[in-house]
Design a protein around this ligand. Structure first.
Ligand code: FES
Length: 379
């Protein structure tokens, strides 16, 4: 006797049972009573059935098509930044909408196809099940597979090759798209461009002889900053002793190109902590970087060398920089070398000075890649 009161079959009886018998038994063991069950298309092969089948297959085929479009766009659409007055700007600005739209439509149409299939082909069934506590017994566990298989047969998917194939195709292409999304960064060659490759430099690198200022984030949209002519550049007197400010690269030409200005504010590798130590603080410089600081001001990358979190906390009493993610600590008075936690490399230091107008400027890019380690880096 099972917990539901159903007479349990012997092992021999169980062996002789068909798939349908096992499925029915599974229902009884679970106290499930099927009140009514009517297939959507009792007579197979009618025109209405074929029409419904084609409609569902169309959703899946469209889903597959958008998944293919997504993979193509992700891999081949021009994604390198282009300023508004440069050729190719329109294509560049469409990159994110296009991959978002194709990926989104692929998922949506796959979902629509599945819902349509359930609505059009699953039998209309009303079943009631009593609740009971605790884990299922051995017999119930054994019969559940038969029940699932029987439920699968009731969906009639096995005799609908068109739907089966289009669903398989959409699922496969969609899976491929998800894989491309995950592995896309590896598919593209990060070393294209040699030493100019993106991993080796940041927007702090001066170009065409133009100064790169240290700017603050006012929390105001770029267009408004430009329109109201707000000053974003940082001067030494803006910082008190034993304080820190996060700064970003800024060029005067950005005032004509808000998108570029925005880009430099949001790029993941540019945030820098500008730290003003107390006057007279003893500092140990790293060999070769003796001139990177300006008086008591030191600029270190804010991207943690462990896993890339922002090392947002500066503890003025101990001159330690803290990363809140896994508690790495770096010593601001000793070229930001790690002194606690999982990080093993110091934070890269940005060479800075002050120009003739009294604003902080970068004297060059970082001399090493910022952020967590990767295969090819040597330091
Ligand atoms: Fe900073 Fe892990 S990311 S300690």
């Amino acid at each position: 006797m099972s917990e539901s009161g159903t007479q349990q079959p012997t092992a021999a009886e169980l062996e002789d049972m068909s798939q349908a018998d096992l499925a029915r038994l599974a229902g009884e063991l679970d106290d499930v009573v099927v009140v009514s069950s009517a297939p959507k298309f009792p007579v197979p092969g009618t025109r209405a059935e074929k029409r419904a089948e084609r409609a569902v297959a169309t959703w899946f085929a469209l889903s597959g098509l958008f998944a293919v479009a997504f993979i193509g766009a992700f891999l081949f659409w021009p994604h390198e930044y282009k300023a508004p007055d440069e050729p190719g700007h329109v294509m560049y600005s469409l990159y994110t909408p296009v991959i978002g739209l194709t990926f989104g439509l692929s998922i949506l149409l796959l979902g629509v196809g599945i819902v349509a299939y359930v609505k059009k082909f699953f039998p209309d069934e009303v079943a009631i099940q009593q609740r009971h506590d605790g884990a299922s017994d051995e017999l119930s566990r054994k019969t559940i597979l038969a029940q699932l298989s029987s439920a699968g047969q009731a969906t009639t998917i096995a005799r609908r090759p068109l739907i089966f194939r289009t669903l398989g195709l959409a699922g496969a292409v969609f899976g491929l798209g998800a894989g491309v999304l995950a592995l896309g960064g590896l598919v593209r060659n990060p070393w294209k461009g040699g030493k100019d490759a993106a991993l080796w430099h940041t927007a702090w690198r001066p170009e065409n002889g133009e100064k790169v200022y240290l700017r603050r984030d006012l929390g105001i949209i770029t267009e408004e900053i430009i329109e109201r002519k707000l000053e974003v550049r940082v001067r030494p007197e803006d910082l008190d002793a034993a304080s820190m400010e996060t700064v970003f690269p800024f060029r005067l030409s950005d005032l004509k190109d808000p998108e570029h200005m925005d880009h430099d504010l949001k790029a993941s590798d540019v945030p820098v902590m500008l730290i003003r130590l107390r006057p007279g603080t003893q500092v140990i410089q790293r060999a070769g970087r003796e001139t990177y600081h300006y008086g008591d001001y030191y600029a270190y990358s804010k991207v943690c060398t462990h896993l890339g979190c922002p090392t947002s906390l500066y503890e003025a009493q101990t001159n330690r920089i803290l990363c809140p993610c896994h508690q790495s600590q770096f010593l601001a008075t000793e070229y930001a070398k790690p002194v606690f936690g999982p990080a093993t490399r110091s934070l890269p230091q940005l060479p800075i000075t002050v120009d003739e107008e009294g604003y902080f400027v970068a004297r060059g890019d970082f001399d090493e890649a910022v952020g967590p380690g990767f295969w090819e880096r040597k330091s």
